[in-house]
Structures are given as C-alpha cells and as structure tokens.
Ligand binder design. Sequence first.
Ligand code: ZN
Length: 328
Amino acid sequence: MTTIGPKIRRSLRSAVCTPLHILLNRIDPPVIVLLYHRVATLASDPEMLAVTPENFRAQLLHLKENHQLVRFEEDWTKKTKPAVAITFDDGYADNVLQALPIIEEVGVPATFFVSTGAIGSTREYWWHELERLILGVRILPPRFTMEDGSGGRSWPSATLRERREFYHGMVRLMNDTDAEHRNNRLAQLRIWAGAEPAPAGTHRAMTVEELRLLDGSSRVTIGAHTVTHTRLSSLTADAQREEIMASKRQLETWLGHEIPVFSYPFGRRCEYTKESIALCREAGFSKAAANFPGQAHRWTDQYQIPRHLVRDWPVKLFAEKLRGFWSR
Ligand SMILES: [Zn+2]
C-alpha cells in the first residue's frame, strides 16, 4: 500500500482548493481577520504571542498600502473589494502602551477583545506564571506530582527537555479546566518550586484607566472575551452564561457604552459549543470571532468568524503569509 506524503497531499489540496477559493472570492470578496495578542519585545515567548513594535509597524504599513481595512463589527455584506480586519485578544497592557500609538500613527482600525477578570490585576496571566515557574531559571525538584483527586499526575522536571514537556503538558491541562482548579494547581506549583506569586511586570493586563484610554481612540472597538479566559466547552451552560454575560456587563459599566462583539477564549471549534453561540446571540453580540484559519464571506456564520494568527513575521514574510490567507 502506498501512502501519499504530506508534500504531495498539500499540493493536491491546493490544486483543488485554490481554484475554488478564487471562484468564491469572485462571487463575494472575503474579509481576512487577523489575530494578534501582544506587541512587545520579550526575552522568552514560548506561546509565540508577541510581535515586536518594529514588525507590527511594518505589517500595518503594508496592510494600509495594499489592502482595504474594515472594522470587525461593521456589516461586511456591502463591501465590493476584499478586505482585512485587525483584532487583538486578551487585554495585555502592551496593547495600549505599544500597539495603540502605532495604530494611531498608521491610521488603521482595530478591535480589542478583553478578558475582564485580568483587568487591573497585578497578577500574571496563568500561562505566564506557568512559564515562569517551570521554564524560569530556578533549580527545581526532579519531579512534580499534582494532587487534585485525579490519581496524582506526575512529570519529571530534571532536564530542560523534561521541563519543556512538563510546561506544555500543564498548559494542555490548564486549558481544560476552570479558574478555581487552575488557581489550585498554580498554588501547588508555587509551593513545589519554592516561589512566591510575582507581580506581572511586562506580562500584565491593562488597568481600567488604560482600557478607557484604548476605548477613547476613534480607531478602536472594544469587544468581550469572557471573565476568566476559561475554555467555554469545559463549562456547564450556566457557567458559560456567567462568563459571557458578566464580561459584557463589566465592560459596559467601565466604558459606559454597549459592547457589540465577542471572541471565544482559545477559539478553536472544540473550545466552544452550540450553547456558547446561542448565548452570544442572546447577549446581543452582532458577531463572535473564533480562532481557526479561513475567510469570512457573506455566507460565513457571524458567530464563528475565522481568524488567522499573526506571528512575529518580518514584513516580507507577512506579505507572503497574507497572500496564502486569500486562498486558504
Ligand atoms: Zn484569549
């Protein structure tokens, strides 16, 4: 039996898909929605969430020169040309301190989806605390065993490679649980590593004042992104309702106006449910953003809008990636 190699499979797929996308793009010019998280220069970035200010500026200039830009919350059905929308997830302080001045300078619209639980907190986001505890410079005991009534999972942590596997294993586990369990696991890890909870430093979320500053820009729209950034598909319908509704209410209280749009934490299809979509409609959001690649057409589900993650690409590579996004 012969198997088709990944390279041949890719070119077969693109031979079939590309003409179909070209046809669909002629019928209805698509919107490509870009997903950023951070604009910062970091010493370590294992989740590859940060784009440097230099690359971000060059990427925006490229977009401005070569593409029509639309706002995420706009009605896209009337547009006559393909377009790009810029979005950010989570609510890092660097969105205000680094990204906003570049957005204003270049003059492009952007939507920022914010998790309200982290706003104003001096604590790190849980994924940064994991990174600091497991991949940081400290000397660790050779093994960590988690006590959570599930039989005690255990990871070796003696070598760098083991620590990396441990870190990625913990990220997967934490993605699958709620805030209470995450905090319990972080507390266990802190005791095990002999570490204190640290102030968030460069990884902090924005304060309420910074959120208001961001919202005050005519280029910016603020959207909701739950309270605790928990995978919605891991929650009961009632807990999902609370995460979605409370984040919208809290943002509206802080900012004094309606919050029109939402994005799902993590955002892959397995990370939200039919109930999440129904709750977004019920909450009065006009659109919700997901996190899987694709183009937004007139016929795309407005509550599962695909987005393309942007990495710290120099402008040449960014332009190349964008060309690929039009045919994927
Ligand atoms: Zn997020």
